[in-house]
Ligand binder design. Structure first.
Ligand SMILES: [Mn+2]
Length: 316
C-alpha cells in the first residue's frame, strides 16, 4: 500500500481505534497519541480512541482510553509500531470492521486488511508526522509533543542510522507546531535513586567475552534488591554500548520460564541471531529469548560469529 492511501481509510471511517504493542515504548505512545490528536484536531466529528497498556516512562504524554467491546462496532482498528499480531497489546483490535497496520519494522506479518510498512522510517511516529505534513493536517501541541517523543526515543536522540534529512525536516514541523521539548527532555531524562543505583550495578557486573560481546545478567533477586521493574531494568541496555572492541551488547533478564535478551550493536548485524533465538527486530537492535541459561554459550558463539564476519567485511 502506498503512503498516500493511508489517509483514505481514516477519511472513510467515523470511528477509529488506535492500538500499539505490549510493553509500549515512547514511539508506540507517540504514534498512537500523535495520530489520535491529529484526528481530533482535523476531524472533530470523528470518534477516536487510543487503547493499550500503560507505561510509566511515557505516561506524561497522556492516558489511553477505556472502551467497551461495543465501541468496536463499525470502527477502523489502526495498529501502529507493531510488527506481529502477537505483540498487539489489545487483542480486541480484531473486533474492528477493518484493520490498518502502520509500521516501520521489517514486514514479517501482514495482519491488517491494509498494511503500510516502510523500514526507511526510524520511528512509527515519523510516519505519522509525515502523513500529517504531506496532507497539510494541523498537529496540536499534545500531538506534536507525543510524536516528537516517539522520534526522539526510537532514534536514541537522533543518533542512530535511519535518521535522515527527512527526520529533521519533519521534526522541525513538530517544533513549529508547539512540541514541548523541555517537558519531553525533563521526563525522558528523569532519574530516580533506584535506577541510578541499578546503573552502578550494571557498570560493576557486566561480563565481556573474548570475541567482543558484552552483557549483563539480571534476575528477580537483583530487581527486587534494587526495587526496579523489568521495564526499567531493560531500559539500561545502552549503558553497555560503546565499549572499545565490543560492538555487540545485551541486557538479559530472567523471567519465570525464559530469559529475555535485549540485543544491540553498533556494527554487526544481530537480527539473524535474534531470529534463531525466538526473536527478531532491526539489524542493530533486536530482542531474543533464551529458554534457560544453558543456551547462553550457544548464543554467545552465534554473536561472536557475527562479530568476526563484520570485522572481516570492514577490513575489505
Ligand atoms: Mn518504533
Amino acid at each position: 500500500m502506498k503512503k498516500n492511501e493511508i489517509l483514505n481509510y481514516i477519511y472513510k471511517y467515523e470511528k477509529i481505534i488506535i492500538h500499539g504493542h505490549s510493553r509500549p515504548d515512547g514511539d508506540c505512545y507517540g504514534a498512537q497519541l500523535g495520530l489520535k490528536n491529529i484526528i481530533i484536531e482535523n476531524f472533530p466529528n470523528k470518534e477516536v480512541y487510543a487503547v493499550g497498556e500503560k507505561s510509566e516512562y511515557v505516561d506524561f504524554l497522556g492516558q489511553f482510553d477505556e472502551i467497551d467491546d461495543s465501541t468496536y462496532k463499525d470502527a477502523l482498528s489502526v495498529v501502529v509500531d507493531t510488527a506481529v499480531s502477537d505483540r498487539i497489546s489489545e487483542k480486541r483490535y480484531k473486533l474492528g470492521k477493518e484493520v490498518l497496520k502502520i509500521d516501520h519494522h521489517i514486514d514479517v506479518e501482514e495482519y491488517g486488511d491494509y498494511n503500510f510498512v516502510d523500514t526507511s522510517y526510524p520511528a512509527a511516529s515519523e510516519i505519522i508526522t509525515d502523513l500529517a505534513v504531506a496532507n497539510k493536517l494541523r498537529i496540536n501541541i499534545k500531538g506534536a509533543t507525543a510524536l516528537y517523543t516517539g522520534i526522539v526515543t526510537d532514534t536514541g536522540r537522533f543518533r542512530y542510522r535511519g535518521v535522515s534529512g527527512r527526520t529533521h525536516i519533519l521534526v522541525s514541523h513538530l517544533i513549529n507546531s508547539g512540541a514541548d521539548l523541555e517537558i519531553v527532555n525533563n521526563n525522558l531524562g528523569k532519574e530516580n535513586i533506584k535506577s541510578m543505583k541499578l546503573k552502578g550495578y550494571v557498570y560493576s557486573n557486566f561480563i565481556t567475552t573474548k570475541g567482543g560481546f558484552i552483557y549483563i545478567k539480571m534476575n528477580n533477586q537483583i530487581l527486587k534488591e534494587y526495587g526496579v521493574s523489568k521495564e526499567t531494568a531493560s531500559s539500561m541496555v545502552n549503558l553497555l554500548g560503546g565499549l572499545e572492541g565490543h560492538p555487540v551488547w545485551a541486557l538479559m533478564i530472567e523471567h519465570e520460564d525464559q530469559i529475555r535478551v535485549r540485543l544491540r550493536s553498533n556494527g554487526p548485524k544481530i537480527s539473524d541471531v535474534a531470529a534463531k533465538f525466538s526473536g527478531g527486530g532491526h539489524a542493530r537492535a533486536s530482542g531474543a529469548t533464551l529458554k534457560s541459561w544453558s543456551e547462553l554459550d550457544k548464543f554467545i558463539q552465534e554473536i561472536e560469529k557475527e562479530i568476526i564476519k563484520y570485522k572481516s567485511e570492514v577490513q575489505k
